[in-house]
Write a protein that binds this ligand. Structure first.
Ligand code: ATP
Ligand code: MG
Length: 578
C-alpha cells in the first residue's frame, strides 16, 4: 500500500470528547470515525486490526473444537418472552417494530436465539457436546457509551455457547474455553488476568473475566489479587479476611439505652461524638432495587458492594435512594428521621440484608429512626427484625487473601472477555432438551463465552502506546511495517525504498511505502501515531549501503543493510504463524 493512496486522515488534535488514551489515539490516527454516540465507522486501518483479532479468535475457537455460525442481528420478541428476558432486560435492549407492528430487538447477545437453534438441531445425547460461536456486531443502548471502542453501543463481539449433557461436561468445556482464551489474548500481544467475577442472581453459577490490567481511567473494574497465591477477583465478587477489630462495645457501654447524639449525620461525626471506633457502629443504608427500597446493614467502617447487594436482593437494577425517597418511606413507616439516624427498627416489611460483618457485633450503636438519637449498647436481638447474613461488603486494600491470608492488592482492569456457566438458565424455560440413553429428556447444560473484539483492539492501545502514538503488537497491527524514504526526489533513496517495498510485500509482509512529498518529520510523526511495529527509513546513509530500522515497541533504532532489515522483519512476521 502506498501512503498516498491509503484512506486515512490523521488529525492534529485528539477528538474533543475523548477521555481515555485509546479513544484519543484511535481518533487522531484516523482509525475510527464517530457517527453518533457509541457508534463508529471502522476506517480501513481499524478494520484491518479488527480482522486480525477476529482471525486469531476464530483460529483458536476452531482449534478448541467450536463451530462458527452466524445468527440474525434482528431478533423477534417471542423468543425473549420464552426466556423471560423481554420484561427484565431494561433499556439497553434496543426495541423496534416492523411494518406489521411486530416487536423486535437488536441483538445485544444471543442466548435466546442459539437456544432455539440448538433445540431444533440437538435432539439426542449422541449429538452432544457442541460449542457454537459467531463473530458479529451487537447493539446495546448503553446508558453511558464512552471511551470510544471500549464501551460502544454498536460493537463487535465473539459469542460462543456450549451444550452438554451434564455439569461434568460443562466443567470440561469451561476449562477448554479458559485455555483457548489464554492463547487468544497471548497471541494478540495482551497480558491478561483471569479473575473470578459476579455471575448475577442465579445461584451457584461460576464465571470468570479476562482483564487487561491498566493503571489508567479506562479500567472500569477494580481487581483484587494476591501476590502470594493465584487468587484474583473482580471487586463485585471479591472476598477477604478482615484484620482483627473491636466489635464488642462492652468497654464503652454498660447498658442498652437511647441517648442524644445531636448533629451526628456521618459515621465520622458519630464516632467522634461517642469517642468510639467506627467498628462499633451498625450502619443502615437505603437502596432502591428494582424500584423497591431495600435496607443494607453493615459494620460502619466497611462499604457496601452494590452488585453483591443487588444479587442478595434478587434484583437486576440497583441505586442508592435519594433523600426524597428516604423521607417518603420514613413517613410511610411512621418516622421522620433524616439520614444519619436510620435503622432497621420497625422496617420488617422491607427487604433487609445484613452483611456478615454484622453477625459478630455486640454492644454496638445503631440508628432508631429518630433524628439526633441512637441506641447504644445494642445487640442483634434489640433490633426487632429478623436478619439474614450475606456477604455484601466491598473488599478494601489492606484486607487479606481469602485463600492464603496474605495482603490483597488492587488494580484497575478492562474486561476483554468472559466465560460463564449458565447451567439450565435458558434451556429450562425454553424447553431446549435432549433425550438420554433411556429415552428421558433433560435440558442442556449450557455455558457462554464472550470476547469483545473491538474492545480488545482498544485495550491493546491502552496497553501499548507512548505520548507519540500507538505501539501495535505485531500480530494485530494494521500493517507490519512502513518504509519512509526521507527525500522522494532522491533517486537512490527511492530506488532502494521501492525495491525493499516490493520484496517485503512479496514475502508476505504487510507494508506501507510513505511516498508522500512531505518533510521527513511529518512522515515520522504519522508513523509513530499510527503505530507501525517497524519503520524503515531510507535516507542519506544509503550511500554507505545502510538504512535505519526503528522498532516502535522499544523505540530502538539500528542501522542495517536493506538485506538484513528484510530478513529481520520477515522472520518476525513468520514467527507469528502458529
Ligand atoms: P461490561 O460489564 O463491560 O458491560 P458485560 O458483562 O456486559 O460487559 P458481556 O455481556 O459478557 O459483557 O459481553 C461479552 C464481552 O463483550 C465483554 O467481555 C466485553 O469485552 C464486550 N463488551 C460488552 N459490552 C461492550 C460495549 N458496550 N462495548 C464494547 N465491548 C463490549
Ligand atoms: Mg454490560
Amino acid at each position: 500500500m502506498k501512503m498516498s493512496k491509503l484512506f486515512v486522515q490523521t488529525l492534529r488534535e485528539f477528538p474533543s470528547d475523548a477521555e481515555v488514551v485509546s479513544h484519543k489515539m484511535l481518533g487522531r490516527a484516523g482509525f475510527i470515525k464517530k457517527l453518533a454516540p457509541g457508534i463508529y465507522t471502522y476506517q480501513p486501518l481499524m478494520w484491518r486490526v479488527l480482522k486480525k483479532v477476529e482471525n486469531i479468535v476464530r483460529e483458536e475457537m476452531d482449534r478448541a473444537g467450536a463451530q462458527e455460525l452466524l445468527m440474525p442481528f434482528v431478533q423477534p420478541k417471542e423468543l425473549w418472552e420464552e426466556s423471560g428476558r423481554w420484561e427484565v432486560y431494561g433499556r439497553e435492549l434496543m426495541r423496534l417494530k416492523d411494518r406489521h407492528d411486530r416487536e423486535m430487538c437488536l441483538g445485544p447477545t444471543h442466548e435466546e436465539i442459539i437456544t432455539s437453534v440448538a433445540r431444533d438441531g440437538l435432539k439426542s445425547y449422541k449429538q452432544l457436546p457442541v460449542n457454537l460461536y459467531q463473530i458479529q456486531s451487537k447493539f446495546r443502548d448503553e446508558i453511558r457509551p464512552r471511551y470510544g471502542l471500549l464501551r460502544g453501543r454498536e460493537f463487535i463481539m465473539k459469542d460462543a455457547y456450549s451444550f452438554d449433557i451434564d455439569e461434568a461436561g460443562l466443567d470440561k468445556e469451561y476449562q477448554n474455553m479458559a485455555q483457548a482464551y489464554k492463547r487468544i489474548f497471548e497471541r494478540c500481544g495482551l497480558e491478561t488476568k483471569m479473575v473470578q467475577s459476579d455471575s448475577g442472581a442465579i445461584g451457584g453459577s461460576v464465571s470468570h473475566e479476562f482483564m487487561v490490567i491498566t493503571d489508567t481511567d479506562a479500567g472500569e473494574n477494580d481487581v483484587f489479587y494476591c501476590q502470594n497465591c493465584d487468587y484474583s477477583a473482580n471487586s463485585n465478587h471479591a472476598v477477604s479476611k478482615l484484620p482483627e477489630a473491636v466489635v464488642d462495645g462492652k468497654d464503652y457501654f454498660k447498658e442498652t439505652k437511647v441517648i442524644d447524639t445531636p448533629n451526628t449525620h456521618s459515621i465520622e461525626e458519630l464516632s467522634k461524638f461517642l469517642n468510639i471506633p467506627s467498628t462499633l457502629i451498625l450502619k443502615t443504608l437505603v437502596y432502591i432495587v428494582d424500584k423497591k427500597p431495600v435496607l443494607a446493614l453493615i459494620r460502619a467502617d466497611k462499604t457496601v458492594e452494590e452488585t453483591k447487594l443487588m444479587n442478595a436482593a434478587g434484583g437486576i437494577d440497583i441505586r442508592i435512594a435519594t433523600s426524597g425517597e428516604i423521607a417518603e418511606f420514613m413517613a410511610e413507616h411512621g418516622f421522620d428521621a433524616v439520614p444519619g439516624f436510620i435503622g432497621p427498627k420497625g422496617m420488617s416489611d422491607l427487604k433487609i440484608i445484613a452483611d456478615e460483618t454484622v453477625k459478630d457485633m455486640k454492644n454496638f450503636v445503631v440508628g432508631i429512626n429518630e433524628t439526633d438519637k441512637h441506641l447504644v449498647g445494642a445487640n442483634l436481638e434489640d433490633l426487632g427484625v429478623e436478619l439474614n447474613f450475606t456477604d455484601i461488603r466491598l473488599v478494601e486494600r489492606g484486607e487479606h487473601c481469602p485463600d492464603c491470608g496474605k495482603p490483597l492488592f488492587v488494580t484497575k482492569g478492562i474486561e476483554v472477555g468472559n466465560i460463564f456457566k449458565l447451567g439450565t438458565k435458558y434451556s429450562k424455560p425454553m424447553n431446549a432438551v435432549y433425550t438420554d440413553v433411556n429415552g428421558k429428556t433433560h435440558p442442556y447444560v449450557m455455558g457462554c463465552y464472550g470476547i469483545g473484539i473491538s474492545r480488545t483492539a482498544a485495550a491493546a492501545v491502552e496497553a501499548h502506546h507512548d505520548e507519540h502514538g500507538i505501539k501495535w503488537p505485531l500480530a494485530i497491527a494494521p500493517y507490519h511495517a512502513v518504509i519512509v524514504p526521507v527525500n522522494i526526489q532522491d533517486e537512490l533513496q527511492m530506488k532502494v525504498a521501492n525495491a525493499l517495498y516490493e520484496t517485503l510485500k512479496n514475502s508476505g509482509v504487510e507494508v506501507v511505502l510513505d511516498d508522500r512529498d512531505e518533510r521527513a518529520g511529518v512522515k515520522f510523526k504519522d508513523a509513530d501515531l499510527i503505530g507501525f511495529p517497524f519503520r524503515i527509513t531510507v535516507g542519506k546513509t544509503i550511500s554507505e549501503g545502510l538504512v535505519e530500522c526503528k522498532i516502535r515497541e522499544t523505540d530502538e533504532v539500528v542501522k542495517l543493510t536493506p538485506e538484513e532489515v528484510k530478513q529481520n522483519i520477515i522472520d518476525a512476521v513468520l514467527s507469528l504463524e502458529e
